[in-house]
Design a protein around this ligand. Structure first.
Ligand SMILES: [Zn+2]
Length: 115
């Protein structure tokens, strides 16, 4: 049986982007679920550990209120002006360009934790 060299552990992807509002550098985080398909989890679907891990990488994830959807959810936020990346734009404006190499991104494998 061949063991895939690619780990199935979820990875934190940190995309080096630019704030759409103030144009300052902004880090955008998503979780790569390690499936063969292009599947990501949004910050709203992060576990507590994943949120803490993202914070150590300089990503700001905050609770925002969506007027269109009428509920609060966690989203990547700009550390300069507090603008946030809505779910709608996360894939088209950040994940997709990062996958195509237009935006630089770093992936961090989540370490197994015992606590
Ligand atoms: Zn900003």
């Amino acid at each position: 049986m061949n063991k895939s060299p690619i780990s199935d552990n979820p990875k934190l992807i940190v995309i080096e982007a630019q704030c759409w509002k103030c144009k300052q550098p902004m880090k955008v985080a998503v979780m790569d679920c390690g499936s063969p398909f292009l599947q990501h989890r949004r910050p709203d679907e992060f576990t507590k550990d994943e949120l803490l891990f993202a914070a150590t990488k300089g990503v700001s994830i905050k609770l925002h209120y969506s007027a269109t959807a009428d509920y609060e959810y966690l989203a990547n936020s700009c550390t300069h002006c507090d603008a946030f990346v809505g779910d709608h734009y996360l894939f088209t404006d950040y994940i997709q360009p990062a996958d195509m190499g237009d935006l630089q991104s770093t992936s961090y494998e989540m370490e197994a934790k015992d606590y």
